[in-house]
Design a protein around this ligand. Structure first.
Ligand code: KIV
Length: 272
């Protein structure tokens, strides 16, 4: 398993292979993703959208996240597990932020991820001081959807791109071991990656970041949402599930399921 220091060292400009991160929310998901050889599993607060059916990520709590981190950890799959700190779990006080991050670690995560840069400086510092590895998340940070007025590409002006760079530098200075960069022009993803010394993991941030992350359900075709421009769908499992369950229903209704071979034999003389 890659620990935070090993991940921190994974800069492509030093010859490292790109980091691969995929989300998972339960034991089977973690097992399948780990078997594919990913570097990191993210128990994302996208849990809210893709598993629990909410409009945005503001609807999951620290208890929800811990519940799903425990399910992922139950896969015991020797892959670094990052857990998202949900909205309001690190906004109210430093003490509460550390306690919430610790709850995620005790549920089985190896590090936590939180959104924001300079505004989170004190929290990142306190988590680092409490020995909890922190991954940052900048750009189109989904917990800011209401402030942004929707899911909109960020850092599209010189000033905004400069602020994002400053945020990345703060996260690095306070001890973050990597940063997710989401929903920004490719040139911004490239520039942040060039300027900072910890790895960037992109999602809709172009091809030049130090790694890439996708959401399990997007990658596998398990969602009915219109995919974002940056999603590449590698399978259509949703359609396969519907087809398979449809076959089951047909077989039950026609009497074809179960067959004798799929039933337990009757002991001799049971109803004599
Ligand atoms: O919650 C999530 O899935 C994420 C990824 C989009 C990076 O934060």
């Amino acid at each position: 398993m890659l620990g935070a220091p090993a991940i921190r060292a994974r800069k492509r400009r030093h010859g490292a292979a790109p980091l691969v991160m995929v989300t998972a929310y339960d034991e089977p998901g973690a097992r399948y993703v780990a078997a594919a050889g990913v570097d990191l599993i993210l128990v994302g607060d996208s849990l809210a959208n893709v598993v629990l059916g909410h409009e945005n990520t503001l609807h999951v709590t620290i208890d929800d996240m811990c519940h799903h981190v425990r399910a992922v950890a139950a896969a015991r799959c020797d892959v670094h597990v990052v857990a998202d700190m949900p909205w309001l779990s690190y906004h109210l006080s430093i003490d509460e932020s550390v306690r919430n991050a610790a709850a995620l670690i005790r549920s089985g995560a190896h590090s936590v991820k939180l959104e924001g840069g300079q505004a989170r400086r004190d929290v990142v510092r306190a988590l680092f001081a409490a020995e909890i590895p922190v991954m940052g998340h900048l750009g189109l940070t989904p917990q800011s959807v209401m402030k942004f007025g929707g899911f909109k590409v960020q850092a599209r002006t010189h000033e905004a791109a400069k602020l994002l760079l400053e945020d990345a530098a703060v996260l690095q200075d306070e001890g973050a071991f990597a940063i997710v960069i989401e929903g920004v022009p490719s040139v911004v993803g490239q520039h942040v990656t060039d300027v900072i010394d910890i790895p960037t993991i992109g999602i809709g941030a172009g091809p030049d970041t130090d790694g890439q992350v996708l959401v399990f359900h997007d990658l596998l075709g398990l969602t009915d949402r219109t995919p974002a421009k940056f999603v590449r769908q590698y399978a259509d499992l949703g359609a396969q599930i519907t087809e398979a369950v449809g076959h089951f229903a047909t077989d039950v209704r026609s009497g074809d399921f179960p067959s004798r071979d799929e039933a337990y034999a009757s002991p001799d003389g049971l109803f004599d």
